[in-house]
Design a protein around this ligand. Structure first.
Ligand code: TSJ
Length: 644
C-alpha cells in the first residue's frame, strides 16, 4: 500500500515535470513570441527580464543595489542585495518557490506582496523564459544565513536546489549563458545595456545600478545612481543645450494607488524632447499620461498669459508652441497598466490622463505664480515659437515649390530605382564620393536607389526650422524621400520603406550618421517610429586562403572563420586584412557584403538610438566646449560607438 502511494507520487511529480518541460519547450519553439525577436534586441531583452525582478524588489523597498556583469563569452550575471527569492516549498506545486520561478511560465512575482505589476506586451514574461533560452543558468540565493544554489540547462534542472555555503547577507545572483542555438547573435552591446540601465536608474531615484564589462583586456564599468530621479534625467537629456531657467521644474501627485511625476526644463532651441514611462516602461507611443500633460501645459500657459496680459485678444499659443525647446520626462506608476498600440507602448488607462492633467494644471499654475521670472521666460518662448511657426510654414511652402515635391522632380545626386511600390524600394544614403560610386555600380537598380551625401554637419541644433528646410545637404534627402517634412510630413507619400544609412566607422561617417538620425528624429520622426530607418553594417575584415575569400563583421567572427578556413591544417596561411572604408571595396564586394538582401546585415534604428544621436548632436554642436572635448576623448578609440 505504502509502495503504491509512493509510485503515485512519483507519477504526479513526473507529470508536473513533463508539463514544465512542455511549457519551456514552447518558448524554445517560438522564442520570438516571448521576447519579441531572436535578434540582438531579443538577446538584450533577457537581461532586462532578470533585472526587472531586482527592480521590483527595489520598488518594494528591500533592494538598494543591482550589479550587472557582462563576462567573457557574453555570460551575464545579475546580482542584487534584496531579500533573496523565497526558497520554501509552495503548497500548490510541492516544489521550492525558487524552482517554480525558473521553470513555470509567468511564475515571476505571482507570490509575495502586490506592488506595481506590469502586464501585457512583452514585459514581465519572467525568469523561466530566460532560463528556457539559456544554454545554462545558475541561481544563488543568500537568505537566512545560507546560500541556496540551483542549476539548469536549456530550461531543464541539472542540479536540484541545495545549500552550498554560509552567508551573512541577503540577495539574489543569477548567471546565464544565452543559447547560441536560439539567437542570431549572442554578443552583448555595452552601450545598449548602459542606456537601458541608466534609464532604470533615473526612474528609480536612489537605486544604485552598476554595469561592468570584463570581456577582453580592458574592464569597463559605470555606476549609475541618481538621488534626484527624473529631475536628473531631464538635466542629463539637456546636456549641451542652453537652459532658459536654472532649476528643473518638478511636479508630482497621487490618487489612491496611482502616482504621477513630471520634470521639465526649457532650453533655447526649437525641438522638444519628451519621454514618458508607465511602471518604468518607456511608452514610446505615448498615451493617456502624455495627453494629460500636453493638455495641461497648453491650458496653464495660455491662462497665465491671459492673466498677465502677455496674450491679448483672441491670440493663443498652440500645444506645439508650448513645447518648443522643452525637455520633459513623465513617469507614472499604476496597478494593472494597459499597454496598447502597434508596439504595445501606448498607455491606455484613461484615469492617468485625468490624474496627470489635474496634477499639472494645479501645480504648474502654482509654480508659475511663485516664479514669475521663469514664467515670463517660458511664455515669451512660446509666443516666439508661435510667430516662428508662421514663418516656417511660409518657408515650407516655398521649398515645396522650389524643390518640386509637387512636380515630382528628383535631386541630381539621386540614382533612383525602377520599382515604384514604396514597400519594395530601398534608398542607400551613402557618405563620400567613392563609396557612392561603388554603391551605384554594385546595387540592384530594380529596387535600390543611391543618394550621395558628404561634407560638414549642418547645425540643425541652432538653425531655425526654415533654414533646415532650405539647407543644401538636407534638401536632396527631403526631395528623394518625397514625404515632406515637419508638421506636413506624410508617411503615405514616402517613396522607400527602407532608408539605409551607409557610412564608415570613422569621424566623417559618424558625423553624417548623427546628422541624419538627428534630422530624421526631429523632422521626420514617424520614419523612425515605424522602423523604416536602418544602418548598413559593412564588414571589418577580409580573410583569404588561396582563392577563397570570406569577410567578418566582428573580431569574434574573424577568429571563428579563420579557424574554420584553417580546418585540420594548422600550417595553412590565412591572410587577414582590415577594410579601411566603404570606398575601398569594389562594387562586387560592396554588393555581396553590404547591399545584397540575401547576405547583408542591417541594423534597424530605434527611437532610443535616435534620442542618443540627438543628445550627441547637442553635445557636439552646442556652445559648451567641455562636453564636446569629453565626447571626443571617450570616442577617440572607437568612433563607431556613436552608432550604439
Ligand atoms: F526572478 C529572477 F530569477 F529572475 C530574479 C529574481 C533574478 C534576480 C537577479 C533577482 C530576483 C529577485 C527576486 N530579487 N529579489 C527578489 N525577491 C523576491 O523574489 C521576494 C523575496 C521575498 C518575498 C517575501 O514576501 O518575503 C517576496 C519576493 C517576491
Amino acid at each position: 500500500m505504502s509502495e503504491e502511494k509512493n509510485i503515485m507520487q512519483e507519477d504526479q511529480y513526473g507529470g508536473a515535470q513533463i508539463q514544465v518541460l512542455e511549457g519551456l519547450e514552447a518558448v524554445r519553439k517560438r522564442p520570438g513570441m516571448y521576447i519579441g525577436s531572436t535578434s540582438a534586441s531579443g538577446l538584450h531583452h533577457l537581461v532586462y527580464e532578470i533585472v526587472d525582478n531586482s527592480i521590483d524588489e527595489a520598488l518594494a523597498g528591500f533592494c538598494t543595489e543591482i550589479t550587472v556583469t557582462i563576462g567573457e563569452g557574453d555570460i551575464i550575471t545579475v546580482l542584487d542585495n534584496g531579500r533573496g527569492i523565497p526558497v520554501d516549498i509552495q503548497p500548490q506545486t510541492g516544489r521550492p518557490a525558487l524552482e517554480v520561478v525558473f521553470t513555470v511560465l509567468h511564475a515571476g512575482g505571482k507570490f509575495g506582496g502586490g506592488g506595481y505589476k506590469v502586464s501585457g506586451g512583452l514585459h514581465g514574461v519572467g525568469a523561466s523564459v530566460v532560463n528556457a533560452l539559456s544554454e545554462w543558468l545558475q541561481v544563488r540565493v543568500h537568505k537566512e544565513g545560507v546560500i541556496y544554489e540551483m542549476k539548469f540547462a536549456r530550461g531543464a534542472i541539472t542540479q536540484e536546489m541545495k545549500i552550498v555555503g554560509k552567508t551573512e547577507h541577503t540577495g539574489t545572483e543569477v548567471t546565464f549563458k544565452p543559447d547560441a542555438e536560439m539567437f542570431d547573435t549572442t554578443v552583448y552591446d555595452y552601450e545598449t545595456l548602459h542606456t537601458r540601465l541608466r534609464e532604470k536608474a533615473f526612474l528609480n531615484a536612489g537605486l544604485r545600478i552598476v554595469l561592468r564589462d570584463v570581456r577582453g583586456d580592458e574592464v569597463r564599468e559605470d555606476e549609475m545612481c541618481y538621488d534626484g530621479g527624473i529631475r536628473e534625467f531631464v538635466r542629463w537629456l539637456s546636456e549641451g543645450k542652453s537652459p532658459l531657467h536654472d532649476e528643473v521644474i518638478y511636479l508630482q501627485g497621487k490618487k489612491d494607488d496611482d502616482v504621477a511625476e513630471v520634470a521639465l526644463l526649457y532650453n533655447d532651441n526649437y525641438n522638444e524632447t519628451m519621454m514618458s514611462f508607465a511602471n518604468d516602461i518607456n511608452t514610446t507611443e505615448g498615451g493617456m499620461h502624455e495627453a494629460g500633460f500636453k493638455a495641461a501645459l497648453t491650458k496653464v500657459l495660455n491662462a497665465y498669459g491671459i492673466k498677465t496680459g502677455a496674450i491679448k485678444g483672441d491670440d493663443r499659443v498652440s500645444g506645439e508652441d508650448c513645447r518648443e525647446g522643452l525637455v520633459a520626462v513623465i513617469s507614472v506608476k499604476l496597478p494593472e497598466p494597459q499597454f496598447e498600440g502597434q508596439t504595445k507602448t501606448k498607455l491606455g488607462n484613461a484615469r492617468m490622463r485625468t490624474l496627470v492633467e489635474s496634477m499639472v494644471s494645479t501645480k504648474l499654475a502654482e509654480y508659475l505664480d511663485e516664479n514669475p521670472a521663469v514664467a515670463k521666460i517660458i511664455l515669451e518662448k512660446a509666443l516666439l515659437a508661435s510667430r516662428a511657426r508662421e514663418m516656417a510654414r511660409k518657408a515650407r511652402e516655398s521649398v515645396r515649390n522650389k524643390s518640386g515635391l509637387e512636380s515630382g522632380s528628383m535631386p541630381d545626386k539621386l540614382k533612383d530605382c525602377n520599382e515604384r511600390d514604396p514597400a519594395l524600394c530601398e534608398i542607400y544614403i551613402v557618405e563620400g564620393d567613392s563609396a557612392a560610386g561603388s554603391a551605384n555600380q554594385g546595387r540592384d537598380s530594380r529596387f535600390q536607389a543611391v543618394l550621395a551625401m558628404w561634407g560638414k554637419m549642418l547645425n540643425v541644433e541652432k538653425a531655425r526650422p526654415d533654414r533646415v528646410y532650405n539647407n543644401d545637404k538636407l534638401n536632396p534627402v527631403i526631395m528623394a524621400l518625397g514625404a515632406g517634412i515637419g508638421e506636413e510630413f506624410n508617411l503615405e507619400k514616402l517613396r522607400y520603406h527602407k532608408i539605409i544609412i551607409m557610412a564608415d566607422a570613422d569621424v566623417d561617417g559618424s558625423h553624417i550618421r548623427t546628422l541624419l538620425l538627428t534630422f530624421f528624429f526631429r523632422f521626420m520622426r514617424p520614419l523612425i517610429e515605424n522602423g523604416y530607418v536602418y544602418s548598413a553594417v559593412p564588414p571589418l575584415y577580409k580573410l583569404t586562403r588561396g582563392k577563397t575569400e570570406r569577410v567578418a563583421y566582428s573580431d569574434e567572427e574573424r577568429d571563428r572563420i579563420s579557424a574554420e578556413m584553417r580546418g585540420d591544417d594548422p600550417n595553412r596561411k590565412i591572410e587577414i586584412s582590415r577594410f579601411k572604408g566603404l570606398g575601398e571595396m569594389n562594387k562586387e564586394e560592396l554588393w555581396e557584403t553590404t547591399m545584397n538582401p540575401e547576405t547583408r546585415t542591417l541594423r534597424r534604428i530605434t527611437l532610443g538610438d535616435a534620442i542618443a544621436a540627438d543628445r550627441t548632436f547637442s553635445l557636439l554642436m552646442g556652445e559648451e566646449v567641455e562636453p564636446r572635448r569629453a565626447w571626443i576623448e571617450e570616442n577617440a578609440h572607437s568612433v563607431s560607438n556613436l552608432d550604439i
